[in-house]
Design a protein around this ligand. Structure first.
Ligand code: ZN
Length: 218
């Protein structure tokens, strides 16, 4: 998870959101189980705006949504607050696995977790990594709750993070080889810049690489 800056609401939502909300609340008054239409809250323009905000990554786990099914997630669950079913600030982009994990972990309120869209979101203060394994930084309660709610320590994510980490480790080995060949003690600026690309926001699992770069003093 990294901080996400929200773009303005897409036109389709700005124009129709209020009407969709009223109609949905009326339907919900008759049928409390009624779900909002995904054709509306997951309209292609809404999805593409959310993708632009996150560089096509899940807001929670940072895996690329180009390689997995992505969904529009209601940050505050519809069951909890139906009035926010079409509220722009409540729509997040999630991989289907993170979204699915929210259900069995409903008892953990989102207010106990890290919110990637909060203006003061600083996930790096609460989450860190040992190799590909996610940890709550310094035992952060917020970090722990976030890992648990979205099950960010699940096996499929460990495997995907491990593969990305292999790319980083290979680059590091090549750099060390070049240092030995040139008789240099330190990395040059180009080499440092190359390693830093891994923690650019558009790179999958960039928070993990921030933690690794810190360890390498980069
Ligand atoms: Zn995810």
């Amino acid at each position: 998870m990294i901080p996400i800056k929200r773009l303005p609401a897409p036109d389709v939502l700005a124009r129709n959101g209020e009407r969709w909300r009223t109609a949905f609340l009326e339907e919900r008054a008759k049928d409390p189980q009624k779900r909002p239409s995904s054709k509306r809250y997951a309209h292609p323009d809404i999805v593409s705006t959310l993708e632009a905000m996150s560089h096509h990554k899940c807001f929670y786990c940072e895996q690329s949504t180009k390689q997995t099914r992505r969904e529009v997630d209601h940050y505050i669950d519809v069951a909890e607050d139906p009035a926010r079913a079409f509220a722009w600030a409540n729509l997040y982009l999630s991989c289907w696995e993170c979204n699915r994990q929210k259900q069995p972990h409903r008892s953990i309120p989102v207010t106990d977790c890290l919110d990637p869209c909060a203006p003061d979101a600083r996930p790096s203060e609460h989450l860190t990594f040992e190799e590909e394994l996610i940890r709550a930084r310094g035992g952060s309660a917020r970090g722990l709750a976030t890992i648990k709610k979205y099950k960010l320590d699940r096996d499929d994510l460990d495997l995907k993070r491990m593969k990305q980490l292999q790319l980083f480790n290979k680059a590091l080995i090549r750099i060390k080889d070049a240092q030995i060949a040139d008789g240099r003690k330190n990395m040059n600026e180009n080499e440092k810049a190359l390693l830093r690309t891994f923690c650019h926001p558009e790179f999958p699992f960039s928070l993990m690489f921030q933690a690794h770069l810190e360890r390498h003093d980069l």
